[in-house]
Design a protein around this ligand. Structure first.
Ligand SMILES: CC(C)(COP(=O)(O)OP(=O)(O)OC[C@H]1O[C@@H](n2cnc3c(N)ncnc32)[C@H](O)[C@@H]1OP(=O)(O)O)[C@@H](O)C(=O)NCCC(=O)NCCS
Length: 199
């Protein structure tokens, strides 16, 4: 089997990302590729995942999304969706974007921005009616900048170098936010595709 199709056994099964997988044959989103996540984390050994602390986040809830180009991994991101049992409202879910890692060779092509947008589109497509916030402990300025450019609010870097980034749906309409991010993801996929293939 050629590298191009080697990841296709892992299906996204979600409409928006499936749509992009069909449009860009060479670029492919997959869910659940834990082996890739582990491999990239080992290379970036200094990164701390919120799922490492099982007292706070159940490691079973860790989800992984990866992006490949003709079967070659460009990057990976981990995330999770959780229920806040203390909230009585129907909006009782919150999401956490955990780690974003781009393969060294593919940095500077817009992969991290695509991964962040694709996770948001994925989460919002499924859960936007019940989601009240999304947060991320950004360990890298690039991630903090990406999130702040899409309406997240960041604290100043803490002593460990993390910036706490949060998006609350108290004041933002999740439907509108979803539509705008989806369109940005499409634009960024076009841009990234052109850069990768130097068109
Ligand atoms: C951080 C990381 C994911 C960025 O990946 P990338 O694919 O090169 O990023 P992108 O090409 O999508 O760039 C996204 C934005 O960040 C900016 N950026 C990239 N590297 C940057 C850096 N070192 N410092 C500040 N900004 C940076 C880009 O200019 C770009 O800005 P723009 O979208 O406004 O043009 C990558 O460097 C990496 O994997 N680092 C090691 C792991 C890590 O620290 N991950 C963060 C854990 S939360």
């Amino acid at each position: 089997m050629s590298g191009r199709f080697s990841n296709r056994k892992i299906l996204t099964s979600k409409p928006a990302l499936d749509e992009y997988n069909q449009k860009y044959h060479e670029l492919y989103f997959s869910l659940g590729d834990a082996a890739t996540y582990k491999r990239l984390r080992i290379v970036e050994s200094g990164l701390v995942s919120c799922f490492d602390d099982s007292n706070i986040y159940d490691p079973q809830k860790l989800q992984v999304m990866s992006l490949t180009k003709e079967g070659e991994v460009l990057g990976v991101t981990s995330f999770g969706i959780f229920t806040n049992s203390k909230r009585t409202e129907s909006q009782n879910l919150y999401a956490r974007i955990d780690l974003v890692i781009t393969e060294k060779k593919w940095r500077g092509f817009g992969v991290a921005r695509i991964l962040v947008l694709s996770v948001l589109v994925y989460i919002l497509e499924l859960y936007r009616k019940r989601l009240y916030s999304i947060s991320c402990l950004a360990a890298h300025e690039a991630i903090a900048n990406i999130l702040e450019s899409i309406s997240f609010t960041g604290d100043r870097r803490d002593e460990k170098g993390f910036t706490h980034e949060t998006l609350s749906f108290e004041a933002i309409d999740p439907n509108e936010y979803f539509t705008v991010r989806k369109s940005e993801l499409e634009d960024n996929l076009d841009k990234c595709y052109q850069k990768l293939y130097k068109k």
